[in-house]
Design a protein around this ligand. Sequence first.
Ligand code: NAP
Length: 355
Amino acid sequence: MTDTLPRSAPILVTGASGYIASWLVRYLLEAGHTVHATVRDPNRSDSVKHLHRLAEGQPGSLRLFAADLLKAGSFDEAMQGCEIVMHTASPFVLDGFTDAHEALVRPAVEGTRNVLTAANRTASVRRVVLTSSVAALYGDNIDARDRPDHSLDETCWNTSSSVDHNPYQYSKVAAEREAWKLHDAQDRWDLVTINPGMVYGPALTTLSQSASIDTLISLGDGRLRTGVPDLMFGIVDVRDVARAHILAAFTPEARGRYLTVAGETTLLDAARILRQRFGNAYPFPRMTVPKAVVWAVGPLMGPVTRPFIRDNVGHPIRFDNRRSLTLGLQYHDIRQTLEEHFQQALDDGLVKKRG
Ligand code: NAP
């Protein structure tokens, strides 16, 4: 890994207790860095104890700071002396809220503004790595319909999402646009974005609310035993996403956006991979539910809307990850990612062991 920036300056990681950020913190500590880690409540031992454990015996050191995306000035203290800021904090929830603007869009956009205006006030900051998403590239699979081979790359922007339709996706594209706007208005720090697909793989914390974790569990706990919609998406290993952030931070010539996806899968193909490894005792879905049936029952079963079904089910999508390879990123095989993720769900008791 290219690592030409000085190791002595601390590195800020926002949302450090999260699924992706915990791996990031771990790799930074292993490499000997001082990590300034922000969480909303450093005294909430259940959400930060794994971070303290990660720091034990490592050459790097960890300092925890309290910071909230919605509090102006909240990140100033943690950013002092940092040259690199890694901004991962943002809510990733797909249901369980009534006001999508308050739950998703405001923390994502205002939070990004708060972190980056703190960077403007902090003379030491040279580079910001923002955890964006493929959701900033597209909202619905149908958005890839007119692309060659249905394949998206870093030139794509999500123009189909809104606070009423795919609000999580909207929160990500709005936050990334805000970040580029603030970046373009100054010339001291540069901005690199990491745009991952659905992230899977072993978690270092059992408390993450990250929606990607639950989708995989639902394939094996019986919720989807009757079948799955024909839904294609891009996936990437959580460890590769963390490595991508570090490469983006320490590769001086890194610029712009990096789509970070190892490969595409459908829900049914993911279930097939898991059945091959874990056997028939688990209620992995075996068939695709016809789109007409998904249309009829989908909205009754959860946060799936008819416009979502219309514009995603049965629409292929692909991701061109070649730009990320120029950073030196090597991807885990998606089979290994899915298997290790499910194994952890079994070991943690999130899915009952069978057979
Ligand atoms: P996660 O485990 O839920 O982590 C998100 C973190 O954001 C939490 O640790 C939380 O910190 C912090 N956060 C949420 N609201 C906050 C607020 N108001 N103030 C301060 N911190 C707040 O989810 P994740 O999957 O690791 O997601 C991390 C980033 O990756 C997000 O930007 C997400 O959009 C992006 N991403 C995720 C995926 C995926 O599939 N998982 C894919 C693409 C992009 P505390 O609760 O500890 O304060």
